[in-house]
Each structure stands twice: as C-alpha cells, then as structure tokens.
Design a protein around this ligand. Sequence first.
Ligand code: C2E
Ligand code: CA
Ligand code: CA
Ligand code: CA
Length: 277
Amino acid sequence: LVPVGIVAGVVLAIAVLLLARTQMAIPAAIKSGLKRRQFFLLYQPVVDLATGEWVGAEALIRWRRPGGELIMPDFFIPLAEQNGLIEQLTHCVFQLVARDAGTFMQRHPAFHIAINLSAADLHSPHLLTLLDGLSAETGVSPHNVLVEITERGLVNVDAVRQVLHDVRAKGFRIAIDDFGTGYSSLSYLEALEVDYLKIDKSFIDAIATEAPTSNVVHHIIGMAKSLELRMIAEGVETQEQAHFLRERGVEFAQGWLFGKAMPFTELEQQMLGRATA
Ligand code: C2E
Ligand code: CA
Ligand code: CA
Ligand code: CA
C-alpha cells in the first residue's frame, strides 16, 4: 500500500504543474487570439434616467476560443495586464469599435461609446494616436467617445494628470470607473480633469437594503455634485434602484434592468425599434 501522504503529494504536484502550464500558455494564447481575431465586443446600453432613452453604449470585450468557449474579461484582462499584452488588446478594441459602431455614430451624432482603458494604456505613448485614429477613421466626434479609467489606474496622480489633460483637450470625455472601490480621495478628483463618475455596482446593490454600505451612495452622489461631475450608475437591476437614483439627480445608468451587453447590430436594431415604437 502506498502511504496517503505520497499520493496526496503526487496529486498536488500534478495540479501545480497543470496550473503552471495553463498559466504560462495564456499569454501565448492571447497573442494568437489577437492574430486569429478571436476577440470581439458586446455593447451595453447607457440610458438617460429621465427619459429612458438609450444615449450611448459601453464596449465590453469577449474572447471566443477555437473550441467555442467564451472567456470573460475579468479572467483575461488581468493576465494581459501582467504580461505586457494590454496595449495590443486595447488597440484591437479601438479597431473593433471603429468597425462596429463607426457608421452608426456618424448617423447619430448624440450617441456616445465608452471604452475601457487599463492603467498601462494611460502611460502608453500611443494612446493619443489611437484616440485620434478612431475619430479620423470614423468621422466620429471626440465628444462622443468616453474613456473609462479605474481608480487603480490613478495611483500615481501626477503621472496621469498630463495625459488626461491632453485627452480632454482633444475633446474626448473621461469617466472614473468603479468609483468608490479604490483609493478614493477627494484630493485626486480635484487634481484631475474628468467628466463622469461611474458609481460601482456594489453601492447600487446596497440601495434600500440593510447592508452597512447602503448609505454610501448618498455620499458618492453628494461628492459628485459638489465637484460638478455627472454620474452614471452601474449594474442597475431594479425599478426601485432606478427610481432612487433618478430622484437624487443621477442622470445616467446601465444595468440589466435596461439591457445586457449585446452585439452592436442588436443594439442598433433595438434602438431603431424603440424610436419607431
Ligand atoms: P466594468 O467596466 O465595471 O463593466 C461592467 C461589468 O458589469 C460588465 O461585465 C457588465 O457586463 C456587467 N454588468 C452590467 N450591468 C450589470 C447588471 O445589471 N448586473 C450584473 N450582475 N452585471 C452587470 P464584463 O463585461 O464581464 O466586464 C468585466 C470587466 O472587465 C469590466 O468591468 C472592465 O473592468 C473589464 N473590461 C471589459 N472590457 C474591457 C476592455 O475592452 N478593456 C479593458 N481594459 N477592460 C475591459
Ligand atoms: Ca467600465
Ligand atoms: Ca465599472
Ligand atoms: Ca468592474
């Protein structure tokens, strides 16, 4: 009989080896996925809470593996960030946005597209070129392009202040994503030029519940108002949440109550259907 300890040890060693193999294989798989066009975007509508109108959409990346398996960004974006591949992915996102939404946006000059950026993108010398390229290629006004950056990307405020200034000087808009989950402090918000705060879903979830954080949303709204920032609520799932936010002057929202992320063609069809309804 083989002692249990040895069996467990061998099993563990195999598991670690397998994990190490898949971990090492992922950056290579992302690179080949980029070449083979396995990445695509879904678009989630952004609604005006006062009118219910769809005023824009957020581009959300997906990875379709050759076997058909769909991989979500919470898994591969951090790995791309750690392995120096995020700039290539962001480049791909810009190409996809131009292809999917360019024509539609030309025809609907009030419609905006939001693009997620990683911290590394803010330090990339190519960011402004990418943004300029998007509006040059599609004829879309910079005003209709919103770049979303998380607080994690703002740890070094001095380093991003200039780039955010340059981005805004060209007319692009900036949103702080997942607001309230990071290193929030009023001082960085005062130091940076931004247009929107996106209130993180965790605070929306807590609205009208007994959760200890149920009050935080009041403070976030107060802070945004005092800094004259417009707000987009994330992850709105109930009418009650939408009502609460509208009453308190939050202008925009996203969430399953209004629409999940969908292919651009579907978003376009639904918008046309709503306009003629
Ligand atoms: P995020 O930017 O905070 O995006 C919101 C996430 O919440 C999306 O998940 C969206 O599908 C989901 N969501 C929206 N409404 C609801 C709702 O009502 N209920 C629930 N339960 N979920 C909702 P997704 O698409 O899986 O994206 C996850 C994260 O991956 C994003 O969080 C963003 O940080 C990152 N990401 C997505 N696309 C890109 C990209 O192109 N570039 C970069 N750098 N990051 C991206
Ligand atoms: Ca986002
Ligand atoms: Ca978010
Ligand atoms: Ca998030």
